[in-house]
Design a protein around this ligand. Structure first.
Ligand code: AOF
Ligand code: ZN
Length: 335
């Protein structure tokens, strides 16, 4: 069997579960003998079976027909099988118990609870292990997961919508700056993130829901609210949502509190005060700016003061394109 082709197949099919596996990584596993695929499994849903467990379960249906003993088979998995007991059992131990003799792994799991220990369990039990096949693709596919464990903080993206004259909104008044198409685009961006963070002012003025309203199934993001004042608990924002509320100003402390959590990415959708505070802290990795052709004029509130621009914060334009009459720009930290 061609292991490269099989690993690519596992990577491609794992991607289908991106929105239901999050904040977990997507993972695929394929079990083969010398001539054919016996079974495959994916981490389809957060909190449920890991990919290897699903593949093994399916393989049992073919034992005695397509193969006799698991020792004849090879397991290919995109991510190192876990060593820990989390919401489910340890995949590495399950693989040992099942009787495999060969495992091919794409990338080492950067989660400190695993980080090579899954491989150790396999090797200590006389399983031949090969690591690194298409590791780069797997790291890219699970960009936020690998970023979080490498940098010890979630990946932070700030999204803003600006008028042509650089304004955010009118004082104390809700206003739609960008077109409906741009706002639909934001829904898809929200679907990618593990948490969405906003401030008390945005909550009071805009009364946003901050859900990802998309036409596919998605694990909705956790909501994070930073507020110093009281708020109305009846707002849609709190409906069926897991909300963390912080009344402190120390953004580093707030972000640090997610270091050991499952949250790998945070989308900040807030007003100028909070956005500038995030940028000033230097903890933002990506900035998405939608700019419309509207002009809010003197009564509008500026996103940035004076000569302060996005580039001043150390960002470089990575891409720019049109959404109808709006422009969407993506800036990343200039490293
Ligand atoms: C695997 N196979 O399919 C996945 C793995 O909370 P739990 O129990 O679901 O564990 C989540 C962690 O397990 C996750 O952070 C990552 O380290 C690993 N994911 N491991 O062996 C899988 N999804
Ligand atoms: Zn596992």
């Amino acid at each position: 069997m061609n292991y490269e082709e099989l690993m690519l197949r596992a990577i491609t099919k794992a991607k289908e579960y991106k929105y239901t596996a999050k904040p977990n990584p997507v993972v695929g596993a394929i079990i083969v003998n010398e001539n054919e695929i016996i079974s495959e499994g994916y981490h389809e849903k957060y909190g449920e079976n890991h990919a290897e467990v699903n593949a093994i379960k399916e393989a049992y249906n073919h034992q005695g027909k397509k193969f006799q003993s698991f020792s004849e088979l090879t397991l290919i998995c995109t991510l190192e099988p876990c060593s820990h007991v989390g919401k489910t059992g340890s995949c590495a131990k399950h693989i040992v118990k099942t009787g495999f003799k060969k495992v091919i792994i794409g990338a080492i799991d950067p989660n400190p609870k695993v980080a090579g220990q899954g491989i150790k369990i396999l090797e200590n039990n006389n399983i031949k292990v090969e690591v690194g096949l298409f590791e780069d693709l797997i790291q890219k596919q699970n960009k936020f997961f690998f970023y979080k464990h490498k940098n010890n903080k979630p990946y932070i993206t700030v999204k803003i919508a600006s008028s042509l004259d650089g304004k955010s909104h009118y004082e104390n008044k809700k206003v739609f700056i960008t077109s409906e198409s741009s706002r639909n685009d934001v829904q898809k961006i929200r679907a990618n993130y593990d948490a969405i963070l906003t401030g008390g002012n945005t909550l009071r003025i805009d009364e946003p829901k901050m859900d990802a309203r998309v036409d596919f199934t998605v694990n909705q993001a956790k909501k994070i609210l930073l507020t110093s004042k009281s708020h109305n608990n009846e707002l849609d924002f709190f409906n069926n949502a897991s909300v963390d509320i912080f009344q402190i100003n120390d953004l580093n402390k707030i972000i640090n509190s997610y270091k050991d959590s499952e949250i790998c990415s945070i989308l900040v959708e807030a007003g100028p005060n909070l956005v500038n505070a995030f940028l000033n802290e230097g903890i933002v990795d990506e900035l998405i700016v939608y700019t419309s052709t509207k002009i809010l004029g003197e009564k509008g509130v500026n996103w940035f003061d004076g000569n302060n621009t996005i580039e001043n914060y150390g960002f470089k334009l990575e891409s720019s394109y049109k959404i109808n009459t709006d422009t969407k720009e993506i800036f990343k930290k200039d490293e």
